[in-house]
Design a protein around this ligand. Structure first.
Ligand code: G1P
Length: 290
C-alpha cells in the first residue's frame, strides 16, 4: 500500500460570501484569531505526514504563495527587535523549497475540476484533499486520524459528520453500509440531495484520502449539482473498486465558508487560548448582557 504523501488544497474560490473583505484578499487568508484559515489546513496536513503541498489557485490568490514563502525584511526586523516568538511563528508557517506547488484552475468549474487540475503532480499515488473552509477543532488532527484508517483498510477514506435532515442539500451525502465504531462502509455518495432523496444524514466534511484513479473519472466527468464538476460524482464511480470508508470525525467542525461559522470559529479558537481566552470571555459576557 502506498503512503499518503501529497495533499491538494483547492483555493481557487472567489469568496463571494465575504465580499467586500475578499475583493483583494483571498478568503483562505481570513484569520481565525491570528492565523489564516489556510495555515490551519496546512498544519493539519503536516501533522498527518504530508510532504508535498499542492495548491490549486486562481487569479488574485498570490497572498497565499507569499504567506508560505520567505519574507526577508520582516524576519530581519523581528530578529533585530528580539521578537523571538513572532519570528518562530513566521518561520514555522513556511513550506520548504520543492515541497510546494501552485497550479491555476483558470475557470471556476467546481471542486472536481480543481482536484483534476493537479493530476500531473499526483501521478499514481494516493493523495489527500483538504478544504480550508472546513475548520476542525479537535485534539487529534482529523487527517491524521484518516491516514491511520487508510493504513489499516486502504482504498478511499472521507471524513463524515451527521447533519440535520433539512441540511442534506448543502453537502455530499453518503449511503452507509456496515459500520464499526467510527468507521462507516460507503455504498454510495450523492452531492447535495434534497432531504427527501438523501440516503442518510451523514455528510462529507472537506477531508478526503483518494486513490489516483479518481483523476480518470474526473477527466471525463460531466457537470453535476449546481452545474459544477463535482468530486462526489467521480468518487461514486469508485465505489466497488476497492475499500471505501467514511470516518466519523471527532471534535467540532466549523463551516468557515459561512459568516456565522467563521465568526463562531474565531470565538471558539480564541476562548481556547491561554493568552486571550479569559479576557474574551469577559468581553463576550458584557456584549451579551447588554
Ligand atoms: C463541498 C463538497 C461537498 C462537501 C462539502 C464539505 O461542497 O462538494 O460534498 O460535503 O464541500 O464542506 P461546497 O461546500 O464546496 O459546496
Amino acid at each position: 500500500m502506498k503512503p499518503v504523501r501529497k495533499a491538494i488544497f483547492p483555493v481557487g474560490g472567489l469568496g463571494t460570501r465575504f465580499l467586500p473583505a475578499t475583493k483583494a484578499l483571498p478568503k483562505e487568508m481570513l484569520p481565525v484569531v491570528d492565523k489564516p484559515l489556510i495555515e490551519y489546513a496546512v498544519e493539519e496536513a503536516r501533522a498527518a505526514g504530508i510532504e508535498e503541498f499542492i495548491f490549486v489557485t486562481g487569479r488574485g490568490k498570490t497572498a497565499i504563495e507569499d504567506h508560505f514563502d520567505n519574507h526577508y525584511e520582516l524576519e530581519q526586523t523581528l530578529r533585530e527587535r528580539g521578537k523571538r516568538l513572532e519570528l518562530d511563528q513566521v518561520n514555522g508557517a513556511k513550506l520548504q523549497p520543492g515541497q510546494v506547488a501552485y497550479i491555476r484552475q483558470m475557470e471556476p468549474l467546481g471542486l472536481g475540476h480543481a482536484v483534476w487540475c493537479a493530476r500531473n503532480l499526483i501521478n499514481d499515488e494516493p493523495f489527500a484533499v483538504l478544504l480550508a473552509d472546513d475548520l476542525i477543532q479537535s485534539d487529534k488532527p482529523t487527517l491524521l486520524d484518516m491516514v491511520e484508517a487508510y493504513e489499516e483498510h486502504g482504498g478511499n477514506v472521507v471524513s463524515l459528520m451527521e447533519v440535520p435532515d433539512r441540511h442534506t442539500s448543502r453537502y455530499g451525502i453518503v449511503d452507509p453500509g456496515l459500520s464499526n465504531d467510527r468507521l462507516v462502509e460507503i455504498r454510495g455518495l450523492v452531492e447535495k440531495p434534497d432531504p427527501a432523496d438523501a440516503p442518510s444524514n451523514l455528510a462529507i466534511v472537506g477531508r478526503y484520502i483518494l486513490q489516483p484513479s479518481v483523476m480518470d473519472y474526473l477527466g471525463s466527468a460531466e457537470s453535476g449539482a449546481g452545474n459544477e464538476i463535482q468530486l462526489t460524482d467521480s468518487m461514486m464511480k469508485m465505489v466497488g473498486e476497492g475499500p471505501f470508508n467514511g470516518l466519523r470525525l471527532e471534535g467540532t467542525r466549523f463551516d468557515c465558508g459561512s459568516k456565522v461559522g467563521f465568526l463562531a470559529a474565531g470565538v471558539a479558537y480564541a476562548l481556547a487560548r491561554d493568552d486571550i481566552g479569559a479576557e474574551l470571555h469577559a468581553a463576550l459576557s458584557d456584549i451579551l448582557d447588554n
